[in-house]
Design a protein around this ligand. Sequence first.
Ligand code: NAD
Length: 288
Amino acid sequence: MAAANEMTSGEFPEAVMPSCETREVLVGQKALVTGASSGIGRAVALALARAGADVVINYSSSPEAAEEVAAEIRGLGRRVLAHQADVSQEDQVHAMFQRMFTEFGTIDILVNNAGLQKDAPFDEMTLADWQLVLNVNLTGQFLCAREAVREFKRRGVVREVSCAAGKIISMSSVHEVIPWAGHVNYAASKGGVMMMTKSIAQEVAPYRIRVNSIAPGAIRTPINKDAWSTPEALKELYKLIPYRRIGEPDEIGRAAVWLASDASDYVNGITLFVDGGMTLYPGFETGG
Ligand code: NAD
């Protein structure tokens, strides 16, 4: 590993772009994916591993499911570690990163994926419903991103590994821009994720740290089973999706691999919508 990065604010690392070939794969990189025992997190962890990364699988409550993902990754010949932690708890997040540094040495890629919904009509939403969603979806991403940025700044760029000192991918949602009645806490958390991601990106870009979001549309996972588990529900859902199909978790995995790789080295602070056009105002499809 390279010596600690002693760059101070106002200085820039030596330009690595011209001599740094585009890497499609993530061989030798160490990734941490939160909420990786199911759905999108699981698919992202597997996609990163297929692209060559060693992966820490964070999970909150299902060791069996996390172990299944870990076994699959081991089968690909990568190193893997399953670690239980509630991402909204500062001490648990700190302990998770310390364990990763002890066992893997460092971190190159953080995918802040863990998230949940606690829906209610606005006037019936309890403070506990509000706080749970904000704590996991927004504060959880803050706590994990802060640990990762500390390590990226400490270590700096390792040219043999990546052009960047580190990459963070925030799992946002189309609801970072689409208001969502009945889900005010969730939409507020994802709006927060958008602005947090862009602000961190702006602050740490001079250290060659890239911070981007993925905003999935409707992806077939446990979080939104009601929206796709019957033909009637799917028919309703397709009214919102110009591309007229639901997305699959691996489609988010492939987007994450690209954002984590040097193929996207000049991409920083964006939201990559992977939504079949859900953000294209489908109500105007027929001319409004
Ligand atoms: P999911 O329920 O399968 O995954 C969420 C994961 O987060 C679960 O594994 C859960 O155990 C974990 N988690 C919840 N609270 C946690 C905590 N406190 N600490 C650690 N982990 C915790 O659903 P998913 O669809 O795969 O969701 C993954 C992410 O994608 C979420 O951030 C969600 O908001 C986002 N998203 C999903 C969709 C979709 O259509 N599925 C659309 C937009 C955004």
